[in-house]
Ligand binder design. Structure first.
Ligand code: ATP
Length: 354
């Protein structure tokens, strides 16, 4: 395997007596776009700040391009960073904001001017040189913050929830823009977010964190389709959980709210009459008779959410209920509330998680 560009080796971080990062190991390739994803307080920002050099790990090392940078100051690391909320200098115009890091680095005036022009072109704000931050929208301010971070040609880019203060539409368009610029430049990027949809859409790989531990690292497709823990399955995407009883372990037969079903597999050590949780994504459930699926259940529609291209339904099976999506077909209205329906599940799609 090639040497990673960035590696985080057995990092522990304590604040006083409180350990917030518990021995994290991560390795990223050059040019990768990585998201650190997890709920509030799981340690995403702390990891990012250690990479940037604003926090020192209690133990462990950070290695970039084969060199240990754990003891370097932030300004020796050649890292660009963009924060959550508008961290532009309010008394400087756009050009001076973008040129700031270059000036600190002693880059001459002519070179600064050409680099500013290049950066403003890159972020689609050519001609905005003389504007002040208060004359820009939130999305434009974050683009300028990105230009400022990239102007000194850092070898890595760190983004700490840079989109979270923006409204939904701009958030989606700006994240696509950031990803396109990152691909163009081939710059290794670590992006912090608590928004699973954002992480799934933008990343080469996602690191799912929970309480200072790594739960799983993988491409979006893997994280979503093959979650290795219940935490990952629940945090990323919607998850149905069905509580069932094993009625015949040898025959893999279970009872779901009094309805019988045979599963493709059961955990090897499970006994007849024990309880089992079955977890599955909404897309593993379809409306209507089995069509290649092997489990058929009957229930009552309890929720109908029209989302545009799809309609999300909740179907009560008894004590359990499942969410499922049907494609919007303009010729066929969706089932009504309280309608009795059949749902089908492919038992291969049931995740048996610890
Ligand atoms: P959020 O999404 O809310 O920003 P996060 O995943 O980025 O959360 P961190 O900010 O890394 O989480 O915080 C991780 C834990 O470390 C939290 O329990 C937090 O209270 C604690 N923590 C962070 N910085 C400090 C500090 N300077 N002193 C003491 N505790 C801290």
């Amino acid at each position: 395997m090639a040497t990673p560009f960035l590696s985080i080796e057995n990092i522990v971080k304590k604040f006083g007596e409180n350990t917030v990062i518990h021995g994290v190991d991560l390795a990223f390739d050059k040019g990768e776009f990585i998201s650190l994803l997890g709920p509030s307080g799981c340690g995403k920002t702390t990891i990012l700040r250690m990479i940037a050099g604003f926090e020192r790990p209690t133990t462990g090392r950070i290695v970039v391009d084969g060199k240990d940078i754990t003891d370097l100051n932030p300004n020796q690391r050649q890292i660009g960073m963009v924060f959550q909320a508008y961290a532009l200098f309010p008394n400087m115009n756009v050009a001076d904001n973008v040129a700031f890091g270059l000036k600190v680095a002693g880059v001459g005036k002519e070179e600064r001017q050409s680099r500013v022009a290049e950066m403003l072109k890159l972020i689609g704000l050519s001609g905005f040189d003389k504007r002040f931050p208060f004359e820009l929208s939130g999305g434009q301010q974050q683009r300028v913050a990105l230009a400022r971070a990239l102007a000194p040609r850092p070898r890595m880019l760190l983004l700490d929830e840079p989109l979270s203060a923006l409204d939904a539409k701009i958030r989606v368009s700006l994240r696509q823009e950031i990803r396109a610029i990152q691909r163009d430049l081939g710059i290794t990027t670590v992006f912090v977010t608590h928004d699973q949809e954002e992480a799934l859409s933008i990343s080469d790989r996602i690191v799912v964190l929970n309480a200072g531990h790594v739960e799983q690292v993988g491409a979006p497709f893997e994280i979503y389709n093959r979650p290795q823990t219940k935490f990952v399955a629940q945090f990323v995407g919607t998850l149905n959980t069905i509580e069932a009883t094993v009625t015949d372990a040898a025959a893999r037969r279970v009872s779901i709210d009094g309805q019988s079903a045979v599963l493709a597999s059961l955990p090897p050590d499970i006994a007849t009459n024990s309880a089992i949780s079955l977890t599955l994504r909404p897309e593993a459930v379809t409306l209507g008779k089995p069509n290649g699926q092997d489990i058929e259940l009957e229930g009552t529609v309890s929720e109908v959410h029209f989302l545009g291209s799809v309609i999300r339904l909740r179907v009560d099976l008894g004590k359990n209920s499942v969410s499922l999506d049907t494609f919007n077909d303009k010729h066929t209205p969706p089932p009504a509330l309280n309608e009795r329906v059949k749902v089908a599940i492919n038992s291969d799609d049931i995740l048996l998680l610890n």
